[in-house]
Design a protein around this ligand. Structure first.
Ligand code: G3I
Length: 408
């Protein structure tokens, strides 16, 4: 409620009270209470668009990371371009970064033994220049890992001994290189399927197959954590996964982690990717059916019961509903990303952030998978579909979702 409205309302009360002879203090208290709610509302609401310099209103907005500093760091995934092009909003509202692709296997060791840290080092240096923390993503994943890793000298699949030696060599080199710069690593990413089974080398879809499991079975997970811990005993080591809100997947991840801990494997936390949507699916056969605060809370509590910390590692909130088939004419555009949709997105973000705050003793970080809507993997699909999943818009302006997340 604009301050001016508040003030005229105060005037009205005053005249009414005077007419009715009400005492000064009632007047004063009513006035103060009203003024306060108006001011708070104003503080949390987006200021009127300042046509002058868009950055002004972003600069005028309270800082996201400062607001959350007493609870947990707020991070963003950046690439070698966006860390510069989005530096203003990044430096103001975030105090942690994750390299979206530049610390992945194919980026750091494209050919065996030839490590190239140049791009990642530049990103780390820029982050450090803003006093930001750096999360490492990711050492072992079934994607973005060069084929040579799984191929033996004769072109046949690599032997378990060869793959294990290459795994240890990669992790030892990479983790040692970033020691003291990277405080936490996603050591293993996405080893469990939505149905709770291990991801194997025989999955129907090629890009879902795990050559790691194909050659080393489940042992590659423990080996990766042991190698990472040996290289940097101070780094926090995470198992990172998506759709932890699906009951059987959540339970399977829990069982795997419980066994790793029982075997003395140094695992310190779980990464909940949290690629969320504007509403859950109504189809019980769709993963999004379980995408609720209640189901995600169970994952946080389950993993915390093992003494593990939890981080939200790849948060975004798509404006598309899971399981719904959208035709190109139904794809959202900046024009059709209406106030009504933005209000729904803001409400959904608010309820998940309320959950993260509620469990701030377990949740030790929240990272968005991008900085602003003009640079998101969710708008890079071959369909050309655009998405608006983050807290800052195409012009890096704070959205309604930003103010909703800040409103506590
Ligand atoms: O580097 C090549 C470039 O040389 C080439 O010109 C260009 C054209 O195709 O492709 C570039 O590689 C792209 C790479 O991102 C770097 O931009 C790949 O095609 C593209 O597939 C890759 O997408 C990344 C995706 O992981 C790969 O699976 C996304 O940016 C990244 O946001 C996404 O992140 C993953 C997390 O790591 C794990 N969890 C899910 C999340 C979303 O899929």
């Amino acid at each position: 409620m604009e301050t001016s409205i508040v003030l005229s309302f105060l005037g009205l009360i005053e005249s009414r009270a005077r007419a009715s002879g009400a005492g000064q203090d009632i007047l004063r208290r009513a006035g103060v209470a009203l003024w306060l709610s108006g001011t708070l509302a104003c503080a949390a609401r987006p200021p009127a668009e300042s046509a002058a310099s868009p950055a002004a209103s972003e600069a005028g907005a309270p800082s996201l990371s400062e607001k959350y500093a007493p609870l947990f760091p707020i991070g963003a995934a950046v690439d070698s371009g966006s860390i510069k092009s989005h530096e203003a909003v990044l430096a103001r509202h975030f105090n942690s970064i994750t390299a979206e692709n530049e610390m992945k296997f194919e980026s750091l060791e494209a050919t065996e033994g030839a490590f190239d840290y140049s791009t990642a080092d530049a990103m780390v240096a820029l982050a450090k220049s803003h006093g930001m923390k750096v999360r490492g993503h990711t050492l072992v994943w079934h994607r973005q890992t060069p084929a040579w890793m799984f191929t033996g000298p004769d072109g046949a699949p690599a032997s378990p001994e060869l793959l294990l030696a290459r795994l240890r060599n990669h992790i030892q080199n990479v983790v040692t290189h970033f020691k003291g710069s990277v405080y936490a690593w996603d050591v293993v990413n996405e080893a469990i399927l939505d149905n709770g089974q291990w991801r194997t080398a025989n999955e129907p879809e090629a890009d879902q197959r795990s050559p790691w499991h194909g050659i080393l079975g489940t042992s590659y997970v423990a080996e990766a954590f042991k190698a990472a811990h040996a290289a940097d005993p101070d780094a926090k080591l995470f198992y990172n996964e998506y759709r932890n809100y699906i009951p059987e997947k959540r339970q399977a991840v829990y069982a795997m982690l419980k066994q790793l801990l029982a075997d003395g494997v140094p695992v310190h936390g779980v990464g909940l990717q949290c690629h969320l949507n504007i509403e859950p699916s109504t189809d019980p056969n769709n993963h999004g059916y379980f995408q609720t605060v209640a189901e995600l809370e169970q994952a946080i509590q389950l993993y915390a019961s093992l003494g593990l910390e939890v981080q939200v590692t790849e948060l975004d909130l798509s404006v598309y509903v899971p399981g719904v088939k959208y035709t190109p004419d139904q794809f959202f555009t900046a024009e059709t990303f209406s106030d009504e949709v933005q209000v729904r997105q803001a409400a959904r973000y608010a309820e998940f952030f309320a959950l993260f705050r509620k469990h701030a003793r377990t949740v030790t970080g929240v990272t968005f998978w991008g900085v602003a809507d003009d640079n998101t993997w969710l708008s890079e699909f071959s369909s050309g579909r655009k998405d608006f999943p983050l807290l800052f818009d195409m012009k890096h302006e704070p959205k309604k979702a930003f103010y909703a997340v800040m409103d506590f």
